[in-house]
Design a protein around this ligand. Structure first.
Ligand code: ADP
Length: 454
């Protein structure tokens, strides 16, 4: 039951496993380690679990526990006193008076013997006269302890998790009832203090969680305000234009061709608003992780070819030449095919849109140097993006001065959506660009595990 100890089979006595030290070698080897056995009461697992629940193991020095040790020493007139907690395979010294605090393995823990009977104070009048302890390092060697008395620290459920103990460098005929009672009282106080510390830690944790939740709420509320202001700003421009055309149609005496022309403008702006609304809702759902995400083991080559083919037949890209270069033996990836296609589509649409003079558009797919991801890139020879603006374009509604200056229409939502999609996959997204020279947008998605994931 005592993990990690190389224990020969102990003899079992009335429910207790009692280790038998090798007395014959004691005098030769002192202060060699004791036999690696110790008594363990039934229900050790439950006892250890109870101790762990208090979260007291390995906590830092605590003045209140030191006080208890000092009081125990003073009351019993002993030079040494400790508050020890007995874990599965070691003893944690929570406080010590007249002794340096340190952990000892369970087989060197005197208190291990005291916790076997939670109802008793264990007193050992002369440690040298007891076969179990005569070779113990602090008995056979400095500080040559002779007397031990330990009162178990007992939980509400009756588990002895440690002791308050006193030691003396002189043997004592026995422990007086008064001293035994005092030790027992201090052990009760130790238990109360352990409970108090646990409750304090619980309260602190609850407070931390509450503060985190509050911070999150504030964040959400701040984001909502930002979104409302962004949306109203972005929607105002097309709405104002629509209103202007509608007023013209209503107030002016226009010929039918002019009316049709203005109606066409209105339709274009309404379509733009609709697209913006759809993109905006998609982005919101992606940011809130409230959208279906269905990763599967897929072949990117097909997706890239399909998306490029769409553009090859689109007259908006008449001045562009597309090329696709996919590394031979490109591994399969773990990705949501529809979402990855959406990213590629967006990159291609931008490559066409932001290279108004046409030119080559190169699509590439290769593995990253560490072979854990596949990297897809779309390169154009368009207007490019100034170095200062490159990081921002993945943010919602961000558009570059070059794009706006050239009157190229857009919503500034596409790349924000792409970033969310790539994030969902655990990949990365980025751009390399020179103003006036062109841009290369890229993203990575993880290579599919060779053993198919469930
Ligand atoms: P949109 O194109 O609708 O404005 P995106 O989020 O797709 O929205 O792009 C954000 C901005 O990034 C664009 O407005 C443009 O300024 C810049 N951008 C995107 N792709 C390119 C590109 N290939 N070349 C130059 N600028 C680009």
């Amino acid at each position: 039951m005592h993990d990690g100890n190389d224990v020969p089979d102990p003899t079992t006595l009335a429910g207790l496993s009692v280790g038998v030290p090798d007395v014959a070698t004691a005098s030769v080897q002192a202060p060699a380690p004791l036999a690696r056995t110790y008594p363990v009461a039934p229900g050790e697992d439950v006892r250890v679990a109870a101790l762990l629940e208090y979260g007291i193991l390995d906590t830092p020095e605590d003045a209140a526990f030191n006080d208890l040790a000092r009081i125990a020493a003073a009351l019993c007139g002993s030079p040494v006193a400790m508050v020890n907690l007995v874990a599965r395979d070691r003893q944690f010294m929570k406080a010590a008076y007249g002794f340096a605090r340190r952990d000892v393995p369970r087989e060197l823990s005197l208190c291990t013997h005291a916790i076997v009977d939670p109802g008793q104070v264990l007193a050992i009048p002369d440690l040298t006269a007891d076969a179990r302890f005569e070779r113990h390092p602090i008995v056979a060697g400095a500080p040559h302890m002779r007397f031990y008395a330990g009162a178990p620290i007992v939980t509400e459920d009756g588990h002895a998790i440690g002791t308050v103990c006193v030691l003396d460098d002189a043997p004592r005929p026995d422990l007086s009832d008064d001293h035994a009672e005092a030790l027992r009282a201090i052990a009760r106080q130790a238990m109360a203090l352990i409970e108090l510390r646990r409750d304090r830690a619980t309260i602190r944790m609850a407070k931390d969680r509450l503060e985190e939740a509050n911070a999150r709420l504030e964040d959400v509320s701040r984001r909502k305000t930002e979104i409302v202001s962004d949306v109203s700003h972005e929607f105002r421009t097309p709405l104002t234009t629509i209103l202007g055309y509608a007023e013209l149609i209503r107030d002016e005496d226009l010929d039918p061709a002019e009316v049709r022309g203005f109606a066409g403008d209105i339709m274009r702006d309404v379509q733009r608003l609709t697209r913006m609304m759809e993109n905006f809702l998609d982005l919101e759902r992606l940011e809130a992780r409230a959208t279906a995400f269905r990763p599967a083991t897929i072949d990117l080559r097909t997706i890239l070819q399909d998306e490029v083919e769409r553009w090859e037949v689109d007259e908006a890209a008449d001045n562009h030449e597309f090329s696709t270069s996919v590394k031979d033996g490109l591994p399969l990836v773990r990705a949501d095919a529809d979402r990855v296609a959406q990213v590629v589509r967006n990159f291609l649409a931008n490559a066409v849109k932001y290279s108004p003079d046409g030119g080559p558009v190169d699509v590439r797919a290769d593995t990253t140097p560490d072979a854990r991801f596949v990297r897809v890139s779309v390169a154009d020879h368009g207007i490019g993006i100034a170095a200062g603006g490159q990081a921002r374009i993945f943010e919602r509604f961000a558009r570059t001065a070059e794009a706006i200056g050239r009157g190229i229409r857009g919503t500034g939502l596409g790349l924000a959506i792409c970033r969310q999609i790539v994030d969902l996959h655990g990949g990365a997204i980025g751009v390399e660009s020179d103003l006036g020279q062109g841009s290369t947008f890229w993203f990575t998605v993880p290579v599919a595990p060779t053993v198919p994931a469930k």
